[in-house]
Design a protein around this ligand. Structure first.
Ligand code: KG4
Ligand code: ZN
Length: 354
């Protein structure tokens, strides 16, 4: 099967062409520089930029894949969760294409797609991933932080999620307090490489609580007070690196501890992780060490597939269509679901024509 997938849930405009579980093209136009001067994603700007970029990105993906529109057998797009107007751009464009081509259309849950991104590339190949279920999956980015129990193909249950800020948001907001550019996550990661993670002691919220939830807003507040009480500290290059390493250590220790606790409690054999924060080198290192100590297989999404991309949308859409050949909507069916929870049944899994 050959399909085109679009992703526009936040600030990446992406189109991918998937053929039998392989990525033929995955084009991502990032809007980071557009939003940087505002220190975060501006929803209205994001939607306008998607409209501007969507068709060129889709055309580039088709050209790179050497696939013509007439060869497409289905069209998929992110249906939610995400920014309402940003979602609308990709979702409605994909519906229109499916309508024009008389092909099935699938609206995909963005979080569910993240669950599949660790399996897109690497060893073993995606086809084998049933052998690694059940697993516990960490989805951690600027918009979400959650632990999911993946019992089997297309079967999952949210174990817990953040009660306030996402981990990536904590990286970004901390960076803003320190005066680092947006998004601060990668900058903090780089500065932390030569910093002392034990230099300053920041709280590890909910780390030892008997639940799978997260909370990062208190950590951000304690960093704010720390900076108030230590004026000028971040102006010293080594103290700045120590601060970044200490903040990162607090976030990463919570993520790793809670992921491993859930994996052990549920006696799974495998842990997976995806989302922008999974690019973090300390998180990758510490998850690897913790999984090795506990004889768990670890499957991390490749860095370029951690951040938002249409390949994960297309890979999941193809798997859904293979399992449920009649899953495609009529192209005029359905609307975006900005608050679509991963635990809600996928709407529209219905017979063709309805
Ligand atoms: O998945 P993503 O591209 O978009 C969503 O938020 O959905 O993730 C972006 C987030 C930002 O908060 C960014 O600071 C964070 O991922 N991030 C990192 C790193 N690379 C990206 N955080 C820590 N370390 C990194 N290396
Ligand atoms: Zn995402």
């Amino acid at each position: 099967m050959t399909l085109l997938a679009l992703e526009t849930s936040c600030d990446e405009t992406s189109a991918a062409v998937i053929h039998n579980g392989r990525i033929l093209a995955n084009v991502v136009a990032s809007q980071i520089s557009l939003h940087a001067e505002y220190g975060g994603v501006v929803p209205e700007l994001a939607a306008r930029e998607h409209l501007h970029n969507l068709m060129p990105v889709a055309q580039t993906a088709l050209r790179e894949a050497d696939v013509s529109v007439s060869q497409l057998e289905a069209i998929a797009a992110t249906r939610g969760p995400g920014l309402p107007n940003a979602l609308l751009t990709g979702f409605k464009a994909a519906q229109a294409m499916a309508f024009a081509l008389s092909k099935p259309f699938l609206g995909i849950n963005h979080h569910e797609a993240h669950l599949y991104s660790p399996w897109i590339s690497g060893t073993p190949p995606a086809a084998d991933f049933a052998a690694f279920q059940p697993n516990v999956s960490l989805i951690v980015s600027g918009g979400h932080t959650m632990l999911v129990h993946v019992a089997g193909e297309l079967q999952h249950r949210v174990l817990g999620s953040t009660l306030d800020d996402a981990a990536g948001e904590c990286f970004d907001k901390t960076g803003k307090l320190i005066g680092l550019p947006y998004p601060a996550g990668p900058v903090i990661d780089r500065l932390a490489e030569t910093g002392n993670p034990k230099a300053y002691d920041f709280p590890r919220p909910l780390m030892n609580d008997a639940n799978d939830d997260f909370s990062f807003s208190g950590l951000k507040t304690s960093i704010r007070y720390f900076l108030r009480d230590h004026p000028g500290l971040a102006d010293d290059p080594q103290q700045l690196r120590d601060l970044c390493a200490s903040v990162q250590a607090a976030i990463v220790e919570v993520l790793v501890t809670k992921t491993l606790k859930a994996a052990k409690r549920l006696t799974v054999r495998c842990v997976t992780a995806s989302g922008g924060v999974t690019c973090n080198s300390a998180l990758r290192r510490q998850l690897a060490a913790a999984c090795a100590r506990n004889h768990l297989t670890l499957r991390l999404a490749e860095k370029n597939l951690c951040t938002d991309n249409a390949a994960m949308i297309g890979i999941l859409a193809e798997r859904i269509l293979r399992q449920r050949p009649h899953a495609g909507f009529q192209p005029d069916d359905g609307d975006v679901l900005p608050n679509w929870s991963l635990d809600e049944a996928p709407p529209g899994i219905s017979a063709p024509g309805g």
